[in-house]
Design a protein around this ligand. Structure first.
Ligand SMILES: [Zn+2]
Length: 334
């Protein structure tokens, strides 16, 4: 008896493979569509009271700022970074410090990832080490970047973290003599929290805390403010929501240019333009905000502020595209 085998002609196999790939693409598109269906723009009500109140700043000659990028996340689809974003665009959030040089002192707003980040990050479990993975990409911690340019670390008199999440204060141990400014609400939250959002090893050794309270007048729709140098050039503003005591920084330069650093209210500038939160899927997988409603109110606030004051450059802490338009250390902008 002869054994027979049935072999399909090659063109039929290719046809089948083609249908399988098409089916997979359709399934993926359906999945993305279903995930995005939960994402909506945030409702924008009438303009907030006091939004027009712009501070009369008198920035001194010599005031300037720059940015120091320390690293970059592996990233994710833009649709996860911001609701309504594009699935086919890959975003790679950056970790950055902002250096303000004022005649009365120098401050860092955030620190990016510091010299000890690998040891700090090891406190996370395997899942979170994957989700929050970062890459140096040849970049150095802020302290090393400054030293390479002959910039004494002791000249950094104060550090104002936008908030105390790990990717913003990792460099605190590199500046043991600096005063670290934080609101009581932020210290309280960090004191009770844990990995992955807060890593105790980053702030347990801080020697000089300074309590940040907003006792200044209303500014741009914010009920209170804090004037760091007394000339209106560097104002700290309450932006609680993402964390209990998140802080924004409004910087007015001698040139008349004005920048508002908004921490992690959104991760991308598109969040303020639309306005929109991070994707609902991500917000369900990871508890991202201390008070989601307050953070959404902050998003709408900044959205309205940008419309009312288009001259103010708004800078979300992690937006890699906005970063491109800012000065990079050692270049300073005044
Ligand atoms: Zn962050």
């Amino acid at each position: 008896m002869t054994k027979t085998t049935s072999l399909r002609p090659p063109h039929l196999l290719w046809k089948r493979a083609g249908w399988a790939v098409l089916g997979l693409i359709l399934l993926l598109a359906l999945g993305c569509g279903l995930i995005s269906a939960g994402d909506h723009k945030l409702p924008v009500g009438p303009e907030l009271a006091g939004l027009a109140t712009f501070p009369a700043a008198q920035p001194p000659q010599g005031l300037a700022f720059t940015t120091l990028q320390t690293s970059q996340s592996n990233g994710a689809a833009e649709a996860l970074i911001v609701a309504g974003g594009r699935w086919w665009v890959h975003r790679r959030p950056v970790q950055v410090a902002v250096l303000v040089r004022h005649p009365k002192g120098q401050l860092l707003f955030d620190t990016g990832l510091g010299r000890q980040v690998d040891a700090q990050f090891a406190g996370n479990n395997l899942f979170h080490r994957q989700v929050f993975a970062y890459e140096r990409g040849g970049r150095l911690p802020v302290a090393d970047q400054l030293q390479r340019q002959g910039w004494p670390l002791k000249d950094i008199k104060m550090i104002v973290p936008s908030h105390m999440h790990w990717d913003h204060i990792s460099g605190l141990p590199d500046f043991p003599d600096a005063e670290v400014w934080a609101t009581p609400a932020e210290r309280e939250e960090a004191g009770h929290a844990h990995a992955p959002a807060f890593l105790r090893s980053q702030f347990d050794g801080v020697k000089h805390w300074r309590e940040l309270r907003f006792e200044g007048p209303p500014v741009l729709g914010f009920a209170h403010s804090h004037d760091v140098f007394g000339d209106g050039s560097v104002l700290l503003l309450p932006l609680g929501g993402h964390t209990a005591g998140q802080v924004g920084m409004l910087l007015s330069l001698p040139s008349g240019q004005c920048y508002l650093f908004t921490g992690d209210v959104t991760w991308a500038i598109e969040g303020f333009h639309k306005p929109a939160d991070r994707s609902w899927l991500l917000r369900r997988i990871l508890p991202l905000d201390h008070d989601p409603a307050a953070n959404q109110a902050a998003i709408v606030h900044i959205h309205q502020l940008m419309k009312r004051h288009p001259g103010i450059t708004v800078v979300p802490a992690h937006d890699e595209n906005v970063l491109k338009s800012l000065p990079h250390f050692p270049e300073l902008r005044n």
